[in-house]
Design a protein around this ligand. Structure first.
Ligand SMILES: C[S@@+](CC[C@H](N)C(=O)[O-])C[C@H]1O[C@@H](n2cnc3c(N)ncnc32)[C@H](O)[C@@H]1O
Length: 325
C-alpha cells in the first residue's frame, strides 16, 4: 500500500470501505490476469475514493471524471503522487464512452458513481448551491457552460417552473412560490440565493414552515437538478456504464435523493431480468440475464458513519455485476 499524500480541503468520502469492497473482486481478478486494472470514478470530486483505490492497488489506474473545474483542480493536487495512474478528465459522466475512446480503452473493470454535489461545492459560498449562504443564483456544477439558476428563474414560463419545483423538489406549494418568483423577477428583486430563500419562506403557510427543516431546501434541490440536467445525465450514464464494463466488472452507485435512486434501480432491474418467460425451469438460449444485482435492494450507511458524516444519512447504495458479454 502506498503512503497517503496530504489532502486538502478536509473531506470524508462516503461508504469508502464498502465501495472498495464491492469493486475489489473485479479489480483483483483483472490484476491476477493482466497485472493491471482500470476503474472509472465517474464523480471524482476531491478524489476521496480515487486516492484510496490507488493506495490500496498499486497496479490500478483510475480514470476520474468531473464536470466541475474547481473540483478537478483540487483532485489533481490530491492525486499528484500517483503519476499516470490517475487520469483526470473534465467531462460530464454520460460521455464516459467518448472519454474511453479518446484514451483508446475498450472496457473497464469497474465504475463508481457518488452522485450529487460535493461538500466543497456546498461550502463555496459563491456557487449558489446553499440556501444558508448569500450568493449569486448560479448552481452550475460546470461554470464554464450552461445556464444558471438565475437564467432559469428569469426566463422559464410559470408552468415550467411549477413542474420543476413539483417534480424535482416534491414541493406542494410550487404554484404559490412560482407566483412570488414571477412578481420578484418583474420587480427586479430576484437577485441572490438569500432573496430566493426569502421568497420561498414567505410563500409557504406558517404551519407548514414549522416542520421539515428549511423550506427553501426543496426549491434549491429542484433548481439544481434542472440547471445541471442531473436526471437526464444519469439516465444516459447508467446504460453507458453497463455497456463498458467487462464480464465480471462491477458498477457501484451512491444516490442521495429518491429521484436518482429510482433511475439507478430501474436501469439495473432492466438488465438483471431474464428474458425467459416465467414458469420455464431453465433460461432459454440467449435470454439469461447478462448482469446480476450484487445484493438485492439498496444499502444505507451505518449509524456510526451517519453520526460522524451527516451527508451519509440519505445515501442509498446499489451495485451490479456483469455476467456475460
Ligand atoms: C459527491 S461528489 C463526489 C465526491 C468524491 N467521491 C470524493 O470522495 O471526493 C460528486 C461530484 O460529482 C460531480 N458530478 C455531479 N454530476 C456530474 C456529472 N453529470 N458528470 C460529471 N461529474 C458530475 C460533482 O461536480 C461533484 O464534484
Amino acid at each position: 500500500m502506498q503512503q497517503a499524500p496530504d489532502v486538502q480541503p478536509k473531506h470524508v468520502p462516503v461508504a469508502l470501505d464498502r465501495c472498495i469492497a464491492l469493486l475489489a473482486p473485479a479489480i483483483e481478478k483483472s490484476i491476477a490476469q493482466n497485472k493491471s486494472a482500470v476503474i472509472i470514478d465517474a464523480t471524482l470530486g476531491l478524489a476521496g475514493h480515487t486516492r484510496e483505490l490507488l493506495m490500496r492497488y498499486p497496479e490500478l489506474t483510475v480514470i476520474g471524471l468531473d464536470r466541475d473545474l474547481s473540483a478537478i483542480a483540487i483532485a489533481q493536487e490530491n492525486v499528484k503522487d500517483f503519476g499516470s495512474r490517475a487520469v483526470i478528465v473534465h467531462a460530464v459522466y454520460d460521455t464516459l464512452e467518448t472519454v474511453l475512446e479518446d484514451l483508446e480503452i475498450d472496457s473497464v473493470d469497474g465504475i463508481l458513481f457518488d452522485l450529487g454535489v460535493s461538500s466543497m461545492q456546498l461550502d463555496e459560498a459563491d456557487r449558489g448551491f446553499a440556501y444558508s449562504q448569500d450568493a449569486p443564483l448560479d448552481m452550475r456544477m460546470d461554470q464554464s457552460q450552461g445556464i444558471s439558476a438565475y437564467e432559469v428563474l428569469m426566463t422559464y414560463e410559470r408552468n415550467a417552473l411549477i413542474r420543476i419545483l413539483r417534480n424535482y423538489g416534491d414541493e406542494k406549494f410550487a404554484p404559490r412560490i412560482v407566483d412570488r418568483i414571477i412578481e420578484a423577477r418583474s420587480a427586479g428583486t430576484l437577485n441572490s440565493t438569500k432573496a430566493l430563500a426569502e421568497i420561498v419562506k414567505e410563500s409557504i403557510p406558517a404551519p407548514a414552515r414549522r416542520t421539515g427543516g428549511n423550506p427553501a431546501k426543496r426549491t434549491f434541490q429542484a433548481l439544481r437538478i434542472e440547471v445541471n440536467q442531473e436526471l437526464a445525465s444519469l439516465e444516459r450514464a447508467i446504460p453507458a456504464a453497463l455497456r463498458v464494463i467487462k464480464v465480471e466488472g462491477r458498477i457501484v452507485v451512491m444516490s442521495y435523493q429518491s429521484l436518482e435512486d429510482k433511475i439507478v434501480k430501474a436501469e439495473f432491474a432492466k438488465v438483471c431480468k431474464s428474458g425467459t418467460p416465467l414458469g420455464l425451469p431453465v433460461d432459454l438460449p440467449n435470454s439469461a440475464a447478462k448482469y446480476r444485482l450484487i445484493f438485492s435492494g439498496s444499502e444505507s450507511a451505518s449509524a456510526n458513519e451517519i453520526e460522524s458524516n451527516p451527508r451519509a444519512q440519505s445515501m442509498r447504495l446499489r451495485a451490479v455485476e456483469r455476467l456475460a458479454a
